[in-house]
Design a protein around this ligand. Sequence first.
Ligand code: BGC
Length: 348
Amino acid sequence: MKALTVVPLSKGTTRLDDIDEPPESDGPVLVETLAVGVCGTDVEITSGSYGWAPPGKERLVIGHESLGRVKDAPDSAGVSKGDLVVGIVRRPDPVPCINCAVGEWDFCRNGEYTERGIKQRDGYCSERYRIHPEYAVKVDPSLGQLGVLLEPTSILAKGWEQVERIGNRATWSPKTVLVTGAGPIGLLAALLGAQRGLEVHVLDQVTSGAKPGLVAGLGATYHTGSVADTGLEPDVVMECTGVGSLVFDAMEHMGEGGVLCLTGLSSGGRSLGVDAGMINKTMVLENEAVVGSVNANQRHYKAAADALARAERQWLEKMISRRVPLEHFEDAFVRQPDDIKVVIEIAK
Ligand code: BGC
């Protein structure tokens, strides 16, 4: 079968390969892949700066944002032939650590977790894959191909859960959220904020393209410029850019008792002049919190599946800015100015 593979940490090695059918050891549920989303992590992997091949192998099948249709499953699987499913990305570490032991692999303590399409496990960008039923999440059939947005949504379902758990350390009734960055992660953070009934503000640099309209479509307000320019003192900030200076700007402008959730990955290597003492003082005096959040467990995938099922289809449709057939995979990894979510189509 066809699969998109790469030699991790080796630039220019991405290619469409002919590989063996998925091994039974990957699980009893056989899935036909329909589509795979492309994110910043995939761009890093295909450009040779991230990723690990499975033990004993040179190449990694990429793809961790998936959508597929079950072809075959045992009676007890909880999914059956024809169901649309999304595969969970992370698997617990083999030790396991205290978090992995209870299914909270997103909080793995020893770094020995594996991730499909990223770290030591083949991903989903192949015509078929196999999976254990507990890692296959059912998608509302009316979503169709839009179900490919489930994995990125799970990242925000976890992010929002962290924010709410922290917020609820005291009586809490948040009103405003500022989302920094109107990429796919930022827009999905805004969607989940709007679904919570909050007043949503989104800050980005661009003034044209689909982003302002997508933000307006949620009943939210679009801003350009700096965090200070928004004039807000938000109860929640969802940081979705990984830009270091924005992180510190956001810390400075949070409201009393505010929670800042960091979801973006920075490349590092840049220094910034910040008034650390002042930031510390306000954070202490105003009970503010900053939390980093990565990956997602089964609970977050289920919350994400519910959130997508409730979302307006036309809005979700606009999130997918380009569809690229598997044969033209190279185009999927070259960013176009109007890109939001780019999807590789594998089957109809
Ligand atoms: C994925 C996460 C993963 C992280 C680090 C992200 O792109 O969505 O599931 O944990 O990369 O590998």
